[in-house]
Design a binder for this molecule. Structure first.
Ligand code: NAP
Length: 306
């Protein structure tokens, strides 16, 4: 159907996602016919299941954990943002069937950070936990904010060094030549105690790992890190929970009275940009935020009825 927007989300697992509510709201607000399906694909079936989804007429799709880097390699065309981050969270199926990869996490992160905190990041240090697809968008966003230093906390530092080199070279190709690149270094999360957070002027910590997605105890290294941070350090958690409860990193930060935000606002901003990319319709973020509040009310009332 030419005017039917068959959209979806590819990832594994997907049960935590609020994206269907956002895109259903957007389709209704725009007066467009369509749907947004959850397409849960296990890693060994990524290519074959994606091909099947395309055969049934998918027009656009989002990508979540753990496939943002795989899909970057699978699509034939890349937007500027996808090239900068080497990660894709949004794909448009073109009229000739070719796939264009885009990255709306980058702008989504920057917009949400600016909405949430008045903190100026120029010449400051940021600490990023995780180095996957979402972390790459965060790192490029921080580079565009002109931070002086980015410390990436990761379980396996060797894996990250080639990604850092690639991000730096992508950035230099895409940005003005006189830009001063920040220092970017990878530190094993178990060696966080070696970082002098005051001397380093750590101004923001961003959790770009799935830690805290589900209820559970926080890792010891995370508690130790949070104890060392300056009280005014801002804490940005990419994780959000479907029931809108506080994810672990957000919860620890707020318990210490540090400024903290979970991933819901970034989710809304990146969803708005993805929807605009597919349909050319710009949905007001207020409409999308309202759908999230409505969802919470529905969840709470259904719990009350049980
Ligand atoms: P990904 O590509 O799979 O990357 C996850 C990263 O986190 C990897 O570097 C991984 O390291 C690290 N990690 C995983 N478990 C860890 C643990 N227990 N301890 C320390 N590091 C760990 O996933 P992604 O697409 O980047 O997504 C990451 C998270 O951000 C997800 O929870 C996703 O839902 C969220 N997200 C939210 C938004 C939003 O709009 N709010 C947007 C994008 C992503 P290893 O290599 O060692 O496994």
């Amino acid at each position: 159907m030419p005017n039917y927007f068959l959209l979806g989300l590819i990832g594994h697992p997907l049960s935590h996602s609020l994206s269907p509510i956002l895109h259903k709201t957007a389709l209704q607000f725009a007066g467009l016919k369509g749907e947004y399906r959850l397409i849960d694909i296990t890693p060994e079936n990524l290519q074959s299941e994606l091909a099947k989804a395309l055969q049934i007429g998918l027009k656009g799709f989002n990508i979540t954990i753990p496939y943002k880097e795989d899909i970057f390699r699978l699509v034939s065309n890349h937007s500027t943002e996808a090239k900068l981050t080497s990660a894709v969270n949004t794909v448009k199926v073109e009229k000739d069937g070719s796939l264009t990869g885009h990255n709306t996490d980058l702008m989504g992160f920057k917009q949400s950070f600016a909405d949430s905190f008045a903190t100026e990041m120029k010449d400051k240090t940021a600490l990023v936990i995780g180095a996957g697809g979402a972390a790459k968008a965060v790192i490029v966003g921080l580079m565009q904010m002109k931070v002086a230093k980015i410390i990436i906390g990761i379980r396996n530092t060797e894996k990250v060094n080639s990604s850092i080199a690639k991000i730096k070279s992508n950035f230099l190709q895409g940005e003005e030549n006189n830009y001063q690149l920040p220092q970017i270094l990878a530190v094993n999360i178990n060696d966080f105690d070696t970082i002098d957070t005051n001397k380093e002027r750590v101004t923001a910590v961003i959790n770009a790992s799935p830690i805290g997605l589900h209820e559970g105890t926080a890792p010891i290294w995370l508690n130790e890190l949070m104890d060392k941070l300056p009280a005014n350090c801002v804490c940005f958690d990419l994780v959000y929970r479907k029931d809108r409860s506080e994810p672990t990193f957000t919860k620890i930060a707020r318990a210490k009275n540090m400024p903290a935000v979970d991933g819901l606002s970034m989710l809304v901003h990146q969803a708005r940009l993805s929807f605009k990319y597919w349909t050319d319709v710009d949905i007001p973020t207020s409409v999308l935020f309202a759908s999230m509040d409505q969802n919470t009310k529905n969840t709470i009332s259904s719990i009350e009825q049980i």
